[in-house]
Design a protein around this ligand. Structure first.
Ligand code: C2E
Ligand code: MG
Ligand code: MG
Ligand code: MG
Length: 281
């Protein structure tokens, strides 16, 4: 009966919903082909030391060069990829590509850390730790150059083994960072048990600095919390000089955002870096 009702129900879909569903079906099919078609690309957004402006690392951000729709940002396809588990092979591609690029930079004398965003499904896959180990071996990448960004939800989920997995990753020597900190469900008592290296202040707080009192209080408190726990703290979405000054004055370690540098491809990044080092700061 439920099945019959389900089918009958579909008759009442709005035309808009039907076309959306069809769109997603098409996109999903194309998403499955996109790795083989070499349609994905990574952009890299610089992260600099707040105190001296030194270029210390990048965050790898995926883009999909869609044959008809043009360049798509993650918001347009990551959720779909997660629904259909395509995020696992896509995530593996991102890790491989990021590691390859990190290796090239180091060979060129640029000692950058490369941060990669993880999805829950990827992190929970039974062979995830082994795949990271294999990646490090294959690329001969010193593990400390690779940083994995996890969300609060991934860390706080009561999945047995989260702590163990983090410890295993830590043991491999890769760095672990909590992305979008302040927007999730962190329990402070759990946080203190987590073997992590870094905290990223979500850009929703950074955006309203320094004027907005609540955001200033939250950003300041996150910085203090991170430092108290012995973690490196990074602000994301830094756009203005006033934000930079606030963050520096409050002891934030690193800055990332359009005010520092946009996400860009490896070629543009080298030009950005050269322009930067030729101007004394
Ligand atoms: P995120 O990890 O928080 O990444 C930061 C996002 O903020 C990026 O958007 C970046 O382009 C944007 N951003 C950087 N600076 C500024 C700024 O000054 N102002 C503003 N308004 N925005 C800024 P993007 O590239 O569209 O990525 C969005 C999200 O997609 C990421 O958020 C991350 O959660 C996810 N994502 C990106 N790449 C991957 C990936 O390879 N795998 C997975 N699983 N997720 C990814
Ligand atoms: Mg991130
Ligand atoms: Mg973030
Ligand atoms: Mg974010």
């Amino acid at each position: 009966a439920a099945k019959a009702r389900g089918r009958a129900h579909s008759v009442f879909f709005e035309p808009r919903q039907v076309s959306l569903a069809r769109d997603n079906l098409v996109l999903e099919g194309q998403l499955g082909q996109a790795i083989a078609q070499e349609e994905f690309a990574l952009l890299f957004q610089p992260q600099v030391c707040a105190r001296d402006g030194r270029f210390v690392g990048v965050e790898a951000l995926i883009r999909w060069n869609h044959p008809e729709r043009g360049l798509l940002v993650p918001d347009a396809f990551i959720a779909l990829a997660e629904q259909h588990r395509l995020i696992v092979p896509i995530g593996a591609w991102v890790l491989r590509e990021a590691a390859r690029q990190a290796r090239l930079w180091h060979e060129a004398g640029l000692p950058l850390t490369v941060a990669v965003n993880l999805s829950t499904l990827q992190f929970q896959a039974p062979d995830f730790i082994a795949s990271i180990e294999q990646l490090l071996a294959e690329t001969a990448l010193p593990p400390g150059w690779l940083e994995l960004e996890l969300t609060e939800r991934m860390l706080m989920d009561d999945v047995p083994g989260v702590l163990a997995r983090l410890a295993q990753l830590r043991q491999l020597g890769v760095k672990l960072s909590v992305d979008d900190f302040g927007t999730g469900y962190s329990s402070l008592s759990h946080l203190k048990e987590l073997p992590i290296d870094k905290m990223k202040i979500d850009r929703s707080f950074v955006r309203e600095l320094p004027q907005q009192r609540e955001s200033a209080a939250i950003a300041g408190a996150i910085i203090e919390l991170a430092r108290g726990l012995g973690l490196t703290v990074v602000a994301e979405g830094v756009e203005t000089e006033a934000q930079r000054e606030f963050l520096l004055a409050h002891g934030c370690d690193q800055l990332q955002g359009m005010g520092i540098g946009a996400p860009m491809d490896a070629v543009a990044l080298q030009a950005w870096q050269r322009a930067r080092t030729s101007i004394p700061t």
